[in-house]
Design a protein around this ligand. Structure first.
Ligand SMILES: [Mg+2]
Length: 238
């Protein structure tokens, strides 16, 4: 049985400007040309800010990581604050449809982004019925301070607790390998959403199911604990 679905935010619910913010902030610390989308997905996505800053500087050859990481992380935050205020992001329509459908089936839905910026973004997304995307969710542990970031399961464990559901009855929806590994480490099922052609990375991380659009998920089957894609016929229904 499945009782709750835990959503990562960046790359799952919103096409957020984190990657762009990191790249803009890099000037003067390392060569931004090395900060590709593949680099971001593999080494930065899903990690807390300072960890992401350290990983980036280490891998891009900055010689004084310890001295520069905090300043780099701070500059990245200033850039993303500006990008969010300018509404330089979009919510993924398939993710909104999934959140609405899950609510209708009676499953609890929880937000669990490592980022402290998740709320600011979700509160700016207005649905056709004038609710905010943020208001659909039963609980939100985004940006909570945990001892370690993903792939440690601490944040997802907090999310499960927030709706009083044991980990074995939770499904995590993630776009980053670190998040998939965090779900596994926490004893939760995981659904990988591969929006960037990175199915293989998510499978290698151990995702129980990988889709390229959240519309492929069989929501009706989820309630009885079955994680699978919809049949081809059903997927073609309007
Ligand atoms: Mg993500």
């Amino acid at each position: 049985m499945l009782s709750a679905v835990i959503f990562d935010v960046d790359g799952v619910l919103v096409d957020s400007p984190h990657e762009q913010a990191w790249r803009e902030a890099l000037a003067g610390f390392a060569d931004p040309a090395g900060f590709t989308t593949a680099f971001y997905q593999a080494h930065v996505a899903g990690k807390p800010r300072l960890e992401g800053a350290r990983a980036t500087l280490e891998r891009l050859g900055n010689a004084e990581v310890a001295a520069h990481a905090a300043a780099f992380a701070e500059r990245k935050q200033a850039v993303i604050d500006r990008l969010i205020a300018e509404d330089r992001f979009v919510a993924f329509p398939d993710a909104i449809r999934l959140a609405v459908a899950l609510r209708d089936t009676g499953l609890r839905i929880v937000l669990a982004s490592s980022s402290k910026n998740a709320d600011a973004m979700l509160a700016r997304v207005i649905l056709p019925d004038r609710r905010t995307l943020r208001s659909l969710f039963d609980a939100d542990v985004s940006g909570r301070d945990v001892p370690r970031g993903k792939p440690d399961p601490a944040l997802f464990q907090l999310a499960a607790k927030a709706v009083n559901v044991p980990p074995s009855r939770c499904l995590v929806v993630e776009d980053a390998p670190a998040g998939i590994r965090a779900a596994q480490a926490g004893g939760m099922a995981s659904l990988g959403i591969a929006r960037l052609g990175d199915e293989a990375l998510l499978r290698a991380a151990g995702a129980d199911l990988v889709v390229t659009s959240l519309d492929q998920l069989d929501v009706a089957a989820l309630g009885s604990g079955s994680l699978r894609t919809r049949s081809v016929e059903a997927a073609h229904e309007p």
